[in-house]
Design a protein around this ligand. Structure first.
Ligand code: CMP
Length: 405
């Protein structure tokens, strides 16, 4: 029984989330259901929410235990309890890891692969690598029980929280987007550090050989001055030395302000991209959804993510794998291949072909003006098509009619 969410003759409105979810869940295989719980992280799904919350508590508890075990008084009094708690956490993390690997073939982007291939590819994804690293300390403890590295590696478990924090993903995106500017900052800072250290060595190296007699000493002095964490105990004794010290302090302010400003601006840009809210009216205006009933549109409002891009932004690159489709809420984009040049504007959609074929992107899509987009991630796209056959037919029809040049 597939409810489409349309207005029925008697005027009742049926939401596909409420009715289909329950009906579909009964039909789902154990692995499909496990995938939904573990990988979908839908706050609307109680089981998924409970598992997510439990894992977050365990991760935080485990990190707290790691720290507590380094405090002799706590370790003496509660050592055994902490040890048992840590082992239980590791066991649960190992089961969680195995379960995620087990459900990997259910991932929409991997479901056309052989199970082993899907699992290997999934194991290589960043979050799974972090999950694997979280288990490494346990292996180290068995192999090298007294290594000092174990404490450090156990703290890696904190990174597991990345899965549950969109903010961490935002930081990652900002750093990735600004990597060139940040690399330039590192180069400038290194240059300033070495120059100040070399100048100070030349000026005061023979006057204060104990403190400024070689580059290792003056590099430490310059780093302390640049970061304003001290260095006062090594005061220059010459006038020129004092002038260089003052310049070093001022350069420090510049060097540290620069990356802060770059990251701050990156955050602003990232947040600005999300600052328009997907409204009911916006979704209802999309021609593809205009015949849907109110409840289905309300569900779509929750599925779609807003994204504003500047003119010139490349949204899709030909040949890349597909991860989402887009609806143009306002603005214009250009679809290009070697032989094709098509403009799409408000109400049009793109990016559906790679998701339907599970192949690579067929064209490059670039924003021609500042454009507001509604983004539908691949998981939601496949669910949507599954639930709304009429929409599926329309999307497939439009995709088939698109001339690839
Ligand atoms: P996809 O292959 O996922 O990524 C590139 C997108 O460009 C493609 O999906 C379509 O949505 C869109 N596209 C490709 N060819 C055309 C065309 N002839 N007219 C309009 N859009 C197209």
């Amino acid at each position: 029984m597939m409810a489409t969410g349309r207005q029925t003759d008697r005027g009742t409105v049926r939401s596909f989330t409420e009715m289909d979810e329950a009906a579909k869940r009964q039909k789902l295989s154990l692995r499909q259901r496990a995938f939904e719980i573990l990988e979908h992280s839908r706050r609307r799904d109680v089981a998924s929410r409970v598992i997510d919350d439990l894992l977050v508590i365990l991760i935080l508890g485990n990190v707290a235990v790691v720290v507590a075990q380094t405090i002799p008084e706590v370790a003496n009094q509660f050592g055994n309890t902490l040890f048992v708690f840590d082992r239980i956490c590791v066991l649960i993390f190992a089961v969680e890891y195995a379960a995620r690997i087990w459900v990997a073939p259910e991932h929409p982007m991997l479901s056309d692969k052989r199970e082993l291939v899907a699992r290997v590819r999934f194991a290589g994804s960043p979050l799974m690598v972090i999950d694997a690293l979280a288990l490494v300390p346990w292996i180290l403890e068995v192999l090298y029980p007294h290594s000092n590295l174990i404490l450090l590696t156990r703290l890696v478990r904190l990174l597991k929280l990345a899965r549950y924090s969109p903010a961490i993903a935002t930081i990652g995106r900002v750093i990735a987007a600004e990597r060139r500017a940040l690399l330039a900052c590192v180069i400038i800072l290194s240059g300033v550090l070495l120059t100040c250290a070399a100048v100070m060595l030349a000026i005061e190296g023979d006057k204060q050989p104990e403190r400024l007699g070689d580059m290792s000493k003056t590099i430490w002095w310059a780093a302390a001055m640049l970061a304003k964490i001290g260095g006062g105990e090594t005061e220059p004794v010459t006038v020129l030395g004092r002038i260089v010290a003052a310049i070093t302090v001022m350069l420090g302010i510049f060097c540290f302000a620069l990356p802060v400003a770059i990251i701050g601006r990156g955050f602003y840009e990232e947040i600005r991209r999300r600052d328009f809210v997907v409204t009911f009216a916006m979704v209802a205006r999309v021609p593809l959804f205009s015949t849907l009933d109110a409840a289905s549109i309300a569900d779509l409002v929750n599925m779609l993510r807003a994204r504003t891009v500047a003119a010139g932004t490349v949204l899709i690159r030909q040949g890349d794998p597909g991860d989402a489709m887009y609806f143009v809420a306002s603005g214009t984009v250009e679809v290009t291949t070697k032989t094709l040049n098509v403009r799409l504007s408000e109400g049009d959609f793109f990016g559906e072909m790679a998701l339907l074929s599970r192949g690579p992107r067929t064209a490059t899509v670039t924003a021609l003006s500042s454009t507001d987009l509604l983004v539908l991630e691949v998981d939601d796209f496949l669910r949507l098509l599954d639930r709304l056959p009429a929409v599926k037919k329309q999307v497939e029809g439009i995709a088939a009619s698109r001339d690839l040049g």
